[in-house]
Design a protein. Structure first.
Length: 170
């Protein structure tokens, strides 16, 4: 099924270039440009994630981000998320690594939500166009909602004995 989609896309791109269909040509150019950007930073990000897996002890993650971490765990998750480069492409593998090392589900969801909402480069870019006041209000509204949603999801999934099995990641 996946190969049919790839073949359809490749056929669309080839036909676009043959028949001069400008939107199709632009789509293929954008795809190539985006792919090159991804190839530049994703390997470095995955090396850092691998080092995190090896260097950070499970006990440390359980202590600071586990079930007994309290408010500090959420603050640390937001701080970690704000420095994540690459958006959710990098955040999901980091979240899985945190999960496998014993981080609480609500803290993982907070990390994922915060990495989508409050990355430092994104805030700087946004503040330069929309203003600091807008960015501050957006963050002050978004982060509590992210945490509330994370707590709700943790409660909901914990009540259903949610786990991620190693085979689910393949």
């Amino acid at each position: 099924m996946k190969s049919a989609g790839v073949l359809a896309y490749a056929g669309f791109v080839i036909c676009s270039w043959i028949y001069g269909f400008e939107p199709g040509k632009q789509i293929s150019t954008n795809f190539l440009s985006f792919g090159i950007i991804m190839l530049k930073f994703l390997p470095c990000a995955f090396i850092l994630i691998g080092l995190f897996e090896v260097w950070v002890k499970k006990q440390s993650v359980e202590k600071y981000l586990g079930s007994r971490s309290g408010v500090l765990g959420y603050i640390l998750a937001i701080m970690l998320a704000s420095t994540t480069v690459g958006g959710l492409y990098v955040a999901f593998p980091v979240a899985y690594s945190l999960y496998s090392k014993g981080a609480r589900l609500s803290i993982i969801f907070t990390y994922l939500g915060a990495s989508a909402v409050c990355r430092v480069p994104m805030i700087i870019f946004e503040a330069s166009f929309m203003g600091i006041k807008y960015s501050a209000i957006r963050i002050l509204v978004s982060l509590p909602l992210v945490i509330i949603t994370a707590l709700f999801l943790d409660h909901y999934l914990s009540g259903r004995s949610f786990t991620i099995k190693q085979g689910d990641m393949e």
